[in-house]
Design a protein around this ligand. Structure first.
Ligand code: MTE
Ligand code: MO
Length: 314
């Protein structure tokens, strides 16, 4: 086995500069001396389900909703580091830069940086893995995953957004009138039924616990409804376990299946009152050119043999 590691933690540095009083270079030791926070948060790529805007294409939950995770992140609040360097009054945006070959960059508004953004060095109690940004990454809770820059090496404070590739040609949504939605940071309320699903068919008649997950980048999940007839009628699905803001939240519903075909859907809403839209409602405001931010109510078609298929209703 060849060990392939691009960064040595002892040598890794985070530089914070630009419109600040004291530009500073932080070593990993420096970062670990600051007070730490540990928070459970989901992380979702805004392209999750992006193949599905035009038609159901992907035969499986992993491919319609799999760009999503939830774990405990540990690190230093970005606001703590910014207090150390002293942001000048004109500092309103931050360019976050990774140390990968692409030196991936995103512009982060100062409000988020001073709110709940974290420079993380651990995930589920162990050092970040290489794929997740070792030794440090930016974590923007509830925001599109693309903004959580891995292998973080530089933060530049400026007075306006930097309009980098990942926020112009990518991660914008082309609307029907030709304008583009940009800086669409928040991952809006979404949910999906995880069992049954194409990978988890129904094997025989009888009682099943239909299960799923719901999440919102704006806070806590308040409730979830489940439908068995493609959204004609809805029943409340009990929430399971602890509800944490910006986290995956479980729901379930006991169902006695007797071989009838079903169109199963879940519809979640969050503490802001935002309700997950139908596909029709989402298309009415975004059109059909988008790739990102497809948080519409999802449909699985359950056939009488128990197999489950990805479906879309007009
Ligand atoms: N430096 C750097 N950071 C990055 C990326 C990258 O290519 N380079 N990919 C981004 C994208 S598009 C997403 S969705 C998330 C995925 O994070 P995960 O692999 O921990 O799920 O990381 C983001 N951070
Ligand atoms: Mo992504």
């Amino acid at each position: 086995m060849v060990e392939c590691r691009s960064l040595i933690p002892d040598e890794h540095r985070l530089i914070i500069h630009g419109m600040v009083d004291r530009p500073l270079i932080f070593t990993m030791d420096d970062l670990k001396r600051f007070p730490s926070v540990s928070e459970i948060r989901f992380l979702e790529c805004p392209a999750n389900g992006g193949m599905e805007w035009k038609a159901p294409q992907m035969e499986g939950l992993q491919f319609t909703h799999g760009m999503l995770s939830c774990c405990e992140w540990t690190g230093v609040r970005l606001s703590t580091l910014l207090a150390e360097v002293g942001v000048k009054p004109e500092g309103k945006w931050i360019l976050a830069e990774g140390a990968d070959g692409a030196a991936m960059t995103r512009s982060i508004p100062m409000d988020k940086a001073l709110d709940d953004a974290i420079v993380v060095y651990a995930q589920n109690g162990e050092a970040l893995r290489g794929e997740q940004g070792y030794p440090i990454r930016l974590m923007n809770p509830g925001w599109e995953g693309n903004t959580s820059i891995k292998w973080l090496r530089r933060l530049e404070v400026g007075d306006q957004p930097y309009y980098q590739r990942e926020e112009t040609s990518k991660y914008t949504d082309l609307l029907p009138d030709g304008r583009a939605r940009k800086f669409s940071f928040e991952q809006e309320c979404n949910s999906v039924i995880t069992s049954p699903c194409p990978e988890v068919p129904l094997k025989k008649k009888g009682w099943y616990e239909f299960e799923g997950i719901a999440w919102s980048g704006k806070g806590k999940i308040k409730g979830v409804d489940i439908s068995f007839d493609g959204g004609v009628t809805w029943r409340p699905a009990p929430i399971k376990g602890i509800v944490i803001e910006k986290c995956l939240t479980r729901f379930s519903y006991m169902y006695n299946w007797q071989g009838e075909p079903l169109l199963i859907q879940s519809r979640a809403w969050d503490e802001t009152g935002y309700v997950q839209p139908t596909f029709k409602q989402l298309r009415a405001i975004r059109g059909g050119n988008s790739i990102y931010h497809r948080n519409a109510i999802h449909t699985w078609k359950v056939h009488s043999d128990g197999s489950v298929q990805n479906a879309q209703l007009a």
